[in-house]
Each structure stands twice: as C-alpha cells, then as structure tokens.
Write a protein that binds this ligand. Structure first.
Ligand code: BDP
Length: 587
C-alpha cells in the first residue's frame, strides 16, 4: 500500500487535531443508539493521533474494554469532487468502523497497519461528518491474541467485560497514527514494487507498477539523491541497471527515487539498492557481514501512549546514533510508516515484526480449538503478514521479517501452524530472511528449522537463576553453541535485560540497581563476544515502557537503557563505549 504523497497532481489533507470523543457505557451502546447518525452528544475532546487512555483523569476510560467513538467535521473542496478521494488511517487499535454522514464506509481489524476507503459517492462538497468507532477488544482471532470474559459482576459494574492478554505492554487504544484524505486522478498508480540486486559494481532494480484504470501511457524515471537522471523506462515492469550504483548501507543510506507517471497520475517512491543474505554464521548486507547493535523497542511515551510523536521519534533516533546502534526490532507490532521512512533515510536495519506476541503462551499448546489459536487466528496471522509486506516491502531498512515473538512453538499444531505462516511470507517475499523470536529451549522448540536466523530472548540471572551473574557466561555460550550446531544458522540475542530503577545505586550490585544492569550486560556480552556465529545483540529494552498493572511491574517495565522520558541510565554510557569504540573490550 503506497504512502500518500503530495505533488502537482496529488493532494493530501491532514485530519490530525482535536476530535470529539465518547466512550460507550455498555458494550454495543453506540450501535444500538445509532451514534453515527447524528453529531455525538455529550462528547469530550480527544487528540488524534494519540492513545486515549492517559489523556483524561477518568480511570474507567484508562482501563476501558470495548468501544469508543470519535467524530470530526470533514470539509471537501469543490474541485476534489472530480478526483478520486481516499480516506486513510495510519493505524487504529485494534478495530475500526468508519462512517461518513451516517453511512458505513469501511471497517478494519488489526491495530498497527494502515487502511483506506474511497470517498467518492460518500461525501458532499463542503462539510461532512466523519465518525469512527474504535474497539480495543482482543479475542482468539486477533493479533495480539486475547481472551474476553465477563467481569466478575460482584466487583465490577454490570455488563463490564474483562480483557485477558498475555503480552507485556499496556493495551493502548485509539487512533494512533495520522488520518489523511488524499486525491489521485480516476486512473491512478495503485502500487509499486521494487526489489534490488547487485552485480559487480552495478545495481539491478526490478520494478513493477500496478495502475488501476485505462492507460498504457507510462513513463518511469530513475533519479539519484540529487534528483539527477540515472535511467528511463517505459514499461509497467522491467529491470533497470544502475552502473556504479551507490549502495544503501548501514548508517550510510543512499536513496534513489523511482518517479512514475501513468496517464495523468504521478507518484515518486524512494528506494535503496542493497542486498541481504544469510550464511551459516553471518548476515550480509551488500555482501559484507554486519553485526546488529540495537534494541527491542516500543512505541510508548507519557500521556500520548502509543500515538505517533515525531519529536519522540527523532529523539529516539538521536539516542540510537549517540550509542552507536545500527538496528532495532519493531517489537511487538509494526511501527509507524514515519519511523520506517526515518530508518530508510538514516540507514538503520530493522527486523519488522507482526503483532503475534505471546501467542497461546498460557494455553501452552496450539490445538486449533475455539478459545485457543485456531484457523481464524492463522488466517488473521497471514492477513497481517500480507498487510505488513504490502506496506513495507519497498523499505530498504527492512532486513528481516519476524513472524512472532515468544509464541508457543512446542506442542500441538505448532509446527503445522508455523509452516503455513512461513510458507505464506516466503511466497510474498523471497528477498529477505525470516525469523521467529523465541524464548523456548532447544529441546522444546519444534519450528526453528523453518527460519533463517535463530533469534533468542534470554534472561539468565533475571527470570532464570535470579542474581546469579556467574551463571550467565557458561549457560549462554553452551546454549548458543547447541543451537548453532544443530541448525547451522546464525544466532542473535533479541532480548536480554533487567528491570532497573533509575537512581537506585548499590555497591556491591543488587537486583534493580543501576550497577546490576551494568554487570548483567557485561557478563552477557562477554558470552556473545565468544561466539563467532552470533550476528547481533538487541538489548531489552530501549526505554522503560508502560505495561498492564501487576506485582512484577512497578509503573511499567523498567528494563530500559533509557527512562521513559528518554534520559540515560548509567549502563547507557557503557553500551556507548562498547558500540562506538570497537577496540575497547567491555567494560
Ligand atoms: C519477554 C517479552 C517482552 C517482555 C520481556 C520482559 O518478549 O515483551 O517485556 O520479556 O519481561 O519475554 O521484560
């Protein structure tokens, strides 16, 4: 799905800002009372994009399970009526039903990917009413996977639902990414796919353009970063050779542009020329080994929750560069398109993950039965992979797809389930490696052979063998060796960390202190340095983040190298040393 752009043909109108907002007080109230038919009564104000949970002082809204309603005026310029008009949501978490002037125009399931609706025939010139119903309920057919049950009526208001989920981040909800209307001509460029290869010093650019409507008239121009002409082509699909190509490299990005004119439409796509390959011990970018230094992250901050925040994103990238990081994983769901574009421009390598997080952990099995992951879950898993691929396929920053985080991959139908998942994504994209991030041991996991890289989350001396720092080195080296010897694939640590309370100092170190976090990483990194098949280290986590409330979570997860406000804990300076001064052995 193409990102909306503006040029002399296409226009974009941003609908971000303050919307009207109302929470249902019983499930189904909005539809029963037809809230979409007239302006929302007794509404409050709500910013878009943002999670709604932390904006007000209302506890029942923060913890709400069910539907909320958003509404705003939509003004359509008269001259747009002749064009094709598209309404586009960057993401709505997790379900959306969209109405214009009381008529349903589209719905979408899945909280982290964009969706669109054509507006022709649904809008009038001048003022219209846009209403969006949003639900945060997660059941077995959703990703993330969840269960919904009636809340205990003795202690909860009548009819209240309780959401059970098995992932360690707060279920932030709302309209999380920009809402836009854009125009195209009636015959329009619907899609563009670019893949690249390198032969000698030349870049090979394979492209295909999908046009909807009646035109054979197509002109493709390949431009370099300064806008100078590199090559021209005149077919809907083809191969362009870029002699002495400037490659897109880690932390040294170079973006060409494919400028497409089809009929009256015009679209420009930035892309990079690069290859990604995996050998038995390495991951190669443009034929050269790269060691991944970075994090598992979250889209998460004070007040706006998971809502897009450009200031925060720029700050995060500045901190990544300050540390000498070169990569991150979109744990545990696809991040905004704006983040992916920033990574393209700045040369960060991304492991792009779908929201299959905590899949069936509590059931301990995948059995294809109602209430467990079943055919509906699998279908949605494939749909989300398709949507992610269609959104992100042209981003050079995406070097690997991750199909799940800590899914149950040891019992029941796990092998059957994940074989289908892997076949699905491989059929869509044969240019990128695929991984599954696992917490399982080598003896319990049944699916590792399906993937190209073994990605392991490991918490020795934290969740296992707490406070036994001496156990880390022997356990990690032994275990990593075993994985590598069994599968002959590169291994990467995708999560390791300790909850650390900023400002808590203890000598000698004790758990939760800043000193413990330093000693913990020191021991782990010593082990990683002694395994030559390890292709990277992603610390858990980049910054502290909000979770659901529980005795193990004091105001969220504190495993950040930075605080939630993006200030460094002591360990950040050690990591910076490790990642920026390769000759300096830790510490
Ligand atoms: C891992 C999960 C991650 C958690 C982390 C933790 O993948 O989402 O936040 O543990 O407990 O198992 O901090």
């Amino acid at each position: 799905m193409l990102y909306p752009i503006e040029n002399e043909i296409r226009q974009v109108k941003n609908l971000n800002g303050i919307w009207k907002f109302k929470k249902e007080s019983r499930l189904g109230q909005g539809v029963d009372e037809k809230w979409f038919e007239k302006p929302l009564a007794d509404a409050i104000e709500m910013p878009v994009p943002a999670s709604y949970n932390d904006i007000t002082t209302d506890k029942s809204l923060r913890d709400h399970t069910g539907w909320v309603w958003y509404e705003r005026e939509l003004s359509i310029p008269l001259d747009w009526m002749e064009k094709r008009m598209v309404l586009r949501f960057g993401s709505v978490t997790h379900h959306a039903v969209v109405y214009i002037n009381g008529q349903k125009v589209t719905s979408h399931k899945g909280g982290f990917l964009p969706f669109e609706a054509e507006l022709n025939g649904c809008v009038n010139p001048g003022q219209n009413r846009l209403t969006v119903a949003v639900s945060n309920m997660l059941d077995h057919s959703c990703l993330p996977f969840g269960l919904i049950q009636d809340a205990n009526t003795e202690y909860y208001p009548e009819g209240e639902k309780e959401q059970i989920y098995e992932f360690d981040f707060f279920n932030y909800s709302g309209i999380h990414r920009p809402v836009k209307i854009y125009t195209t001509p009636k015959t329009f460029i619907k899609d563009v796919t670019v893949t690249t290869d390198i032969i000698g010093g030349d870049g090979i650019v394979n492209y295909s353009v999908l046009v909807e409507g009646d035109t054979k008239d197509i002109e493709i121009t390949l431009l370099d970063e300064e806008g100078a002409l590199v090559a021209k082509a005149g077919d809907m699909e083809g191969k362009i050779v870029v002699e002495n190509a400037k490659l897109w490299n880690v932390r040294a990005a170079y973006l060409y542009r494919l400028d497409i004119r089809a009929g009256e439409d015009h679209y420009t796509l930035p892309f990079g020329i690069r290859t990604v390959k995996v050998t038995e011990k390495q991951i190669l970018l443009n034929g050269k080994p790269v060691y991944l230094k970075g994090f598992g992250k979250h889209e998460d901050s004070d007040i706006r929750g998971r809502g897009l925040d450009e200031a925060l994103n720029v700050r995060d990238f500045e901190l990544l560069k300050w540390l000498g990081a070169n990569s991150f994983r979109t744990s545990h769901y696809p991040y905004s398109e704006e983040i992916m574009q920033m990574a393209d421009r700045q040369g960060f390598l991304i492991i792009d993950e779908v929201p299959a997080v905590g899949l069936n952990l509590w059931c301990d099995t995948i059995v294809f039965q109602p209430g467990y992951a079943d055919e509906e879950t699998l279908k949605h898993h494939k749909d989300v992979l398709t949507e992610l691929y269609e959104r992100d396929k042209n981003h050079p920053c995406v070097i690997m797809w991750s199909v799940a985080n800590e899914a149950q991959t040891k019992n029941g139908n796990a092998l059957e389930y994940f074989t289908e998942v892997v076949d699905h994504i491989r059929a869509l994209d044969d240019t990128r490696p695929i991984t599954n991030v696992t917490h399982h041991s080598i003896t319990s996991d049944k699916v590792a052979h399906l993937f190209d890289v073994i990605c392991l989350n490991r918490y020795y001396s934290w969740y296992y063998d707490l406070a036994n720092l001496e156990s880390i080195y022997p356990r990690l080296t032994k275990e990593f060796q075993e994985w590598h010897e069994k599968y002959h694939k590169p291994v990467m640590i995708t999560e390791y960390g300790t909850d650390t309370v900023v400002g808590m100092h203890k000598l000698p170190e004790v758990i939760f202190s800043e000193e413990y976090q330093i000693e913990y990483y020191k021991e782990n990194n010593r082990a990683l340095d002694d395994c030559d098949f390890v292709i990277g280290e992603h610390l858990w986590a980049f910054a502290d983040f909000m979770t659901s409330f529980g005795l193990r979570r004091m105001d969220g997860n504190k495993k950040g190298i930075f605080t939630r406000q993006r200030q460094p804990k002591s360990v950040a300076f050690k990591i910076k040393e490790r990642w920026t001064e390769p000759s300096t052995k830790w510490p």
